[in-house]
Design a protein around this ligand. Structure first.
Ligand code: 3HC
Length: 329
C-alpha cells in the first residue's frame, strides 16, 4: 500500500504514482467533512452528489430556487441510476438510499449562510473571470479561516481567480477540476497555483480520495492535463471534417474502434457543448499562457457556424449530430 507523509508529499509533488495510490489506499482520512458547492448546474450538482454519496454534509448554493431545483433533479436522476446497480434486487432499499443521499444535500440561495461552516467550498459557476473573482472574495469573507477554496474551472487560471485575495486565503485556494459526468468519471485534477500551500494540496488530495476518485496533481497551466490534450484533439477532428477527409460519423467510429475511446471526437464535442469548446479555445488563442496564437486553437469556421446557429450539442438538441429524433445517434 502506498502511503505518503507530508515531507514526501511536498518534495515529490507531481512525481507520485497518483492513480496507484488512489486505487490501493484505503486509509486516507480526509479532514474535510462539510462541503459547500456554489453553482447547481450539471458539474456543481454532480460534485454535490458524489460528496453526499460519500457521507459528507453538503450545501448546494445557487442564485434562485429554480436553479437549485434543476440541480436536485439532476442528482435524483443520476442517483437512481447508481442505486439500481448498487441494489439491483431491492428497489425499496435503493430508493431509501437515494433519499438518504439527497437528504445530505441542503440547498440554499444564501452564499454566506451556505459556506459559513464549510471545510471546503467548490465553485462551479459560469466561466467568467470577473464573476469568479468577486465570488472568491465573498466566499473568503464568509467561510471559516481553515476552509479550502476551490474552483472547478476548466479554462481560467486559478492564480487569476485568486488575484484579489490576501496571501493567507491564496494559500488555501486551488483548482479541483471534475469531469462530466461527475458521478461516473474517476479523475479529479488537483491544481496547484503558485500561491497554493502544500497543506491545501494535501487536504484536497485526501478529499478527492474520500469521494472514491483518483487525484492527479498538476500546475496551474492552461487546460491543466486533460483539456490541454483533449482540446487540440477535438479541434483537429473538426479540421479533418472541414478538409473533407471523412464524415463525422466515420471519424467517430474510427476513434472508438481504432483507438478504444468511449466516445468519438464529435460525440465528445456535442457532449461537452460546442459553446464551451469555442469559449475555451478562443480564450487560449487570445491570451492563454504560452498558447497565444497557437494554431491548434485558432477559430474553426464549422464550429463558429454551429455556435452562431445555436447548435450547441446535446444540450440544445443539435450539434454535429441531431438529437431531436432520438437521444442516441
Ligand atoms: N450518473 C451516474 N452514472 C452515470 C451517468 C450519470 N450522469 N452517466 C453515465 N453513467 C454510468 C452508467 O450508469 C453506466 O454505468 P455502468 O457501466 O456501471 O453500468 C456507465 O456510466 C456507462 O453509461 P452508459 O452505458 O449509459 O453509456 P456509455 O457506455 O455510452 O457511457 C459515458 C457514457 C460514461 C459518458 C462514456 O461515453 C464516456 O466515458 N465518455 C467520455 C466522457 C468524457 O470524456 N468526459 C470528459 C469530458 S471533458 C470534461 O468534462 C472537462 C471539461 O472541463 C470540458
Amino acid at each position: 500500500m502506498y502511503k505518503y507523509t507530508t515531507s514526501s508529499f511536498t518534495t515529490r509533488l507531481g512525481m507520485r504514482p497518483i492513480v496507484a495510490r488512489a486505487l490501493y489506499s484505503s486509509s486516507a482520512s480526509s479532514p474535510i467533512k462539510r462541503v459547500a458547492v456554489v453553482g447547481g448546474g450539471q458539474m456543481g450538482a454532480g460534485i454535490a452528489q458524489v460528496s453526499a454519496t460519500f457521507e459528507h454534509g453538503v450545501t448546494l448554493i445557487d442564485v434562485n430556487a429554480e436553479a437549485l431545483e434543476r440541480g436536485q433533479k439532476y442528482m435524483a436522476k443520476s442517483l437512481a441510476r447508481v442505486a439500481k446497480k448498487k441494489f439491483p434486487a431491492e428497489p425499496n432499499v435503493a430508493s431509501d438510499w437515494v433519499e438518504a443521499v439527497l437528504g445530505r444535500v441542503r440547498p440554499t440561495t444564501s452564499l454566506s449562510e451556505g459556506v459559513r461552516s464549510a471545510d471546503l467550498v467548490v465553485e462551479a459557476v459560469v466561466e467568467n473571470i470577473g464573476v469568479k473573482q468577486k465570488l472568491f472574495g465573498d466566499i473568503a469573507q464568509a467561510a471559516p479561516g481553515h476552509c479550502l477554496l476551490a474552483s472547478n474551472t476548466s479554462s481560467l487560471p486559478i492564480g487569476r481567480i485568486a488575484e484579489h485575495l490576501d496571501a493567507e486565503a491564496k494559500a488555501r485556494t486551488l483548482g479541483l477540476h471534475f469531469f462530466n459526468p461527475v458521478p461516473q468519471m474517476k479523475l479529479v485534477e488537483v491544481v496547484r497555483a503558485e500561491h497554493t500551500g502544500a497543506q491545501a494540496i494535501e487536504s484536497a488530495v485526501a478529499f478527492v480520495e474520500s469521494i472514491g476518485k483518483a487525484p492527479a496533481v498538476c500546475k496551474d497551466t492552461p487546460g491543466f492535463i486533460v483539456n490541454r490534450l483533449l482540446l487540440p484533439y477535438m479541434m483537429e477532428a473538426i479540421r479533418l471534417l472541414e478538409r473533407g477527409a471523412a464524415e463525422a460519423r466515420d471519424i467517430d467510429t474510427a476513434m472508438k474502434l481504432g483507438a478504444g475511446y468511449p466516445m468519438g471526437p464529435f460525440e465528445l464535442c456535442d457532449y461537452v457543448g460546442l459553446d464551451t469548446l469555442k469559449f475555451i479555445t478562443d480564450g487560449w488563442f487570445k491570451e492563454g499562457d504560452g498558447l497565444r496564437g497557437d494554431k491548434a486553437f485558432a477559430a474553426s469556421p464549422k464550429l463558429d457556424e454551429l455556435v452562431a446557429a445555436g447548435h450547441l450539442g446535446v444540450k440544445s438538441g443539435r450539434g454535429f449530430y441531431d438529437y431531436s429524433a432520438s437521444k442516441k445517434k
